[in-house]
Ligand binder design. Structure first.
Ligand code: GDP
Length: 434
């Protein structure tokens, strides 16, 4: 749902919300070990977590200082979920701050059950691959789990600066090994030590990394370099063709030889991505300022908000299947997805609200134990600090203080709404092979 005007949000939004449900992204970052998940996450947190919160751009040393400080504290991405904000530099939400909740998905193959559990709380994911190693065996496991749980993805081909990096080979491997309908949204300008920028195929412009001013939050847009013009045209056409399979209007316009606007193409790609039929691929390097901001733009522009995904399924007290539809004004139901001890706040339960509004001080019913416990405090975990909040709304992720008799995977709901949430059982999506 593309809503750019606060007054036009869906009625499921409560009047008290600080920002609309449509402006939320709950995403995970999934990767094979060593592909660069940690580095990419740190970069994402840097750009969306600290820069935006402080409302200004910090360049140069501030970046490293912050990262080092966080590393020392050792808490950056070990938290189960961190709330950030991102103003996309293009697309329908350009300049409108979106809430991006980064949910940690365990990367190690031994934690498959835990991966599956965390998949339940994601609406979308960034799949990180190494541009040198390509699609590795463990990526296949995570990919299949994301398919099973219906998690739409964008792919980030990381380490484009390394010797032997090959963006297009990685895209081919995604198709061959993962059966993904993978298509570049950007193509790299240069590679290895000369990886100097990207061409945005949707907008038909280039971003250059060599110009420091370029990687600001409002980057400069360059014309596509002449030597990349032909390749960019070829891949833009491929992208339009691929997106046309899921958008009749786009297909018709394309066949009639009409010019395809960036907006039309973006909308079609978004629709195809959200419906799990398509994966856009972005080249980058988590090192330095090479593409992670464009990745964040893609998170906002292509991955779904909580209102764009099918409703969570659950069972009522008689074991009858029910749908839990997102609505701030409905009774509360949510999922405890991780227990965690924060060095500053203490014992926490990470919780995703699926429907209703959770007020601080409420008693939450646990259908498994058939008991209720009072939530004494609600905490929003951010990259640099924690914020005490009074309420969490549908689609929000927060940390609960005070509830003790909880295990991962428990539903916590209003006392008069006895429901157990279960993983949505989506059919394997039909993959359109290219
Ligand atoms: P994880 O295991 O997926 O979390 O991977 P890490 O983020 O820990 O990265 C694995 C290794 O690759 C580390 O030595 C990183 O410094 C390095 N690395 C990560 N991103 C990049 C990149 O973009 N370029 C290069 N050259 N190295 C990277």
């Amino acid at each position: 749902t593309i809503v750019t005007d606060k007054s036009k949000v869906s009625p499921v939004n409560s009047k008290n919300r600080p920002f609309p449900l449509e402006w939320t992204r709950n995403i995970g970052i999934a990767a094979h070990i060593d592909a660069g998940k940690t580095t990419t996450s740190e970069r994402i947190l840097f750009y969306s977590g600290s820069v935006h919160k402080m409302g200004e751009v910090h360049e140069g040393t501030a970046v490293t200082d912050w990262m080092e400080q966080e590393r020392e504290r050792g808490i950056t991405i070990t938290a189960a979920a961190i709330s950030c904000a991102w103003n996309a530099s293009c697309g329908p939400w350009k300049g409108i701050k979106q809430r991006v909740n980064i949910i940690d998905t365990p990367g190690h193959v031994d934690f498959t059950a835990e991966v599956e559990r965390s998949m339940r709380v994601l609406d979308g994911a960034v799949a990180v691959f190494c541009a040198v190693a390509g699609v590795q065996p463990q990526s296949e496991t995570v990919w299949r789990q994301a398919n099973k749980y219906g998690v739409p993805r964008v792919a980030f081909i990381n380490k484009m600066d390394r010797t032997g990096a090959d963006f297009f080979r990685a895209v081919s491997e995604m198709r061959e090994k993962l059966g993904a309908n993978a298509h570049p949204l950007f193509i790299p300008i240069g590679k290895e030590e000369n990886f100097a920028g990207v061409v945005d195929l949707v907008q038909n412009i280039a971003y250059m990394f060599i110009d420091p001013a370029d990687m600001d939050l409002n980057p400069t847009r360059h014309p596509i370099p002449a030597e990349y013009a032909a390749q960019a045209k070829e891949y833009r056409e491929k992208l339009i063709e691929a997106a046309s399979d899921f958008d009749d209007k786009l297909a018709e316009d394309y066949l009639n030889g009409e010019e395809i606007t960036s907006d039309a193409l973006m909308t079609a790609v978004r629709k195809a991505t959200v419906s799990m039929k398509f994966t856009g691929v972005i080249p980058g390097s988590a090192f330095k300022k090479k593409g992670v901001q464009r990745l964040l733009d893609c998170v906002v522009n292509y991955l779904p908000s909580p209102i764009d995904v099918p409703p969570m399924k659950g069972q009522d007290s008689d074991g009858k299947e029910v749908e839990v539809v997102v609505d701030d004004n409905a009774k509360l139901a949510g999922l405890a997805f991780k227990l965690w001890t924060d060095p500053f706040v203490g014992k926490l339960v990470f919780y995703r609200v699926y429907t209703g509004t959770l007020q601080k001080g409420t008693s939450l019913y646990n259908p498994r134990t058939r008991r209720s416990e009072r939530v004494s405090r609600l905490v929003l975990m951010r990259a640099m600090d924690r914020e005490e909040i009074d309420a969490a709304y549908s689609g929000d992720i927060c940390a609960l203080v005070g509830v003790k008799e909880v295990i991962t995977g428990d539903t916590l709901c209003n006392e008069d709404y006895d429901v157990r949430l279960e993983p949505p059982s989506f059919p394997e999506p039909v993959i359109a092979m290219s």
